[in-house]
Design a protein around this ligand. Structure first.
Ligand code: ADP
Ligand code: MG
Length: 378
């Protein structure tokens, strides 16, 4: 068992400086592939280095499995780390590189080391290249060596800091899926750091989004994607990022018996957009925000682009149409906001043409315009 429990961990550099990691609480389950995502400088590496024991925490505690490791040196923490720069030794062969961690750890005989090296090399598909030196390998193969070296010691915990950022796009894609398969097969607990939101979504069993030294949201990737806890998370996660439309809530109440017609226009609160009276339905829970200005967060794939006005639409003008292959990205100017909509391949519209955007009602998220925090009810 190697779950990781982090409580109140903080780290400042220099006197009186802002905290690089600011009271982080985090629990990673045994065997989980956990991704820490955030922009450059938000404290990901510092947090990882504290877990590894390469950096001392100012306060807080770190428990791995059943052991408090907060003040233990790295070699006593039963973990391995893979960094962004492959950190393979150029003068050693692949085999010697992979064996390096095992030799450092000590306690294993030559035959055992050979066996473990072969096993690790096979896992990352380097079995045929054991006699090569790093200069004879591609970037992706060198990074595989670094991963194999980490796996060979059978660590309870594997820490990875942006391990794929030096690889080109195709290799990254291949390596990403291989890595996910391998660590799940081994059942190793992994904390994986990245600033790449696609990598986070595709790899993570669970993920946390960091900002300025704090964790601002944690959960399964699709949950975080579908329900960002703030405009920061919605804007950071997703390509294109979530759209944010300023709206005012109008608590229309229909007189008399309610219309049973689905999508009826006069049935409950509306999100009013701009001065022209465009609006789309808002959930009953938003009635309490009547008269207030809010921000509606809508993902590009949760809007239809229509060629004519219809109930529940917001008018706009096409700025640019970008075919992406599997989808088409349409940028629409609407009420001084640039809205990015993902639509079907083959979609065309002339720049400057009138369009109407129709949000999928239950996919709209609601945010406080000042704090950016998600609103659920008043
Ligand atoms: P990330 O990995 O998310 O890019 P880091 O953990 O490397 O972020 O850095 C977090 C913050 O701490 C940054 O503002 C960075 O400048 C600062 N920092 C990191 N390491 C040191 C250090 N050794 N000395 C001083 N400041 C540091
Ligand atoms: Mg970093």
């Amino acid at each position: 068992m190697a779950d990781i429990v982090i409580r109140g961990v903080r780290k400042t550099f220099g006197r009186g400086r802002v905290a690089a990691v600011d009271f982080v609480d985090l629990t990673v389950a045994d065997g989980e592939l956990f991704v820490l995502l955030g922009p450059s400088g938000c404290g990901k590496t510092t947090l990882l280095r504290m877990i590894a024991g390469l950096e001392a925490a100012d306060s807080g505690s770190i428990v791995i499995g059943d052991r408090e490791v907060t003040t233990l040196p790295p070699r006593k923490r039963d973990l391995a780390m893979v960094f962004q720069n492959y950190a393979v030794f150029p003068h050693l062969t692949v085999e010697q590189n992979i064996a390096f961690g095992l030799r450092m750890k000590g306690g294993a005989g030559a035959a055992e080391i050979t066996g473990k090296v072969r096993q690790a090399a096979d896992l990352v598909d380097l079995g045929g290249l054991l006699d090569r030196r790093p200069a004879q390998l591609s970037g992706g193969q060198q990074q595989r060596v670094a991963v194999a070296r980490a796996l060979a010691v059978s660590p309870s915990v594997l820490l990875m800091d942006e391990p794929l950022s030096n690889l080109d796009a195709l290799l990254r894609l291949k390596f990403r899926s291989d890595l996910k398969r391998i660590v799940h097969e081994l059942g190793t607990t992994v904390i994986y750091v990245t600033h790449d939101q696609v990598e986070a979504l595709s790899l993570a069993d669970r993920m946390a989004v960091m900002r300025e030294g704090r964790i601002v949201q944690a959960g399964p990737p699709l949950e975080v994607y579908d329900h960002p806890a703030s405009t920061f998370v919605g804007g950071f996660l997703g390509s294109p990022p979530m759209n944010f439309l300023p709206v005012a809530i109008d608590g229309v109440v229909s007189p008399g018996p309610r219309s049973s017609e689905a999508g009826s226009a006069d049935d409950g609160p509306r999100a009013m957009v701009g001065p022209r009276g465009d609006s789309f339905p808002a959930p009953e829970a938003m009635r309490g925000w009547c008269g207030r200005e809010l921000v509606a967060g809508i993902r590009g794939e949760n809007m239809d682009v229509l060629g004519e006005r219809a109930p529940g639409t917001v008018a706009g003008k096409v700025l640019v149409v970008e075919p992406l292959g599997a989808q088409t990205l349409v940028t629409v100017a609407s009420q001084d906001t640039e809205v990015k909509v993902l639509t079907a391949p083959g979609y065309t519209a002339p720049p400057g043409g009138d369009v109407w955007l129709r949000p999928v009602p239950d996919k709209v998220r609601w945010y406080d315009p000042d704090s950016g925090a998600e609103l659920t009810g008043p």
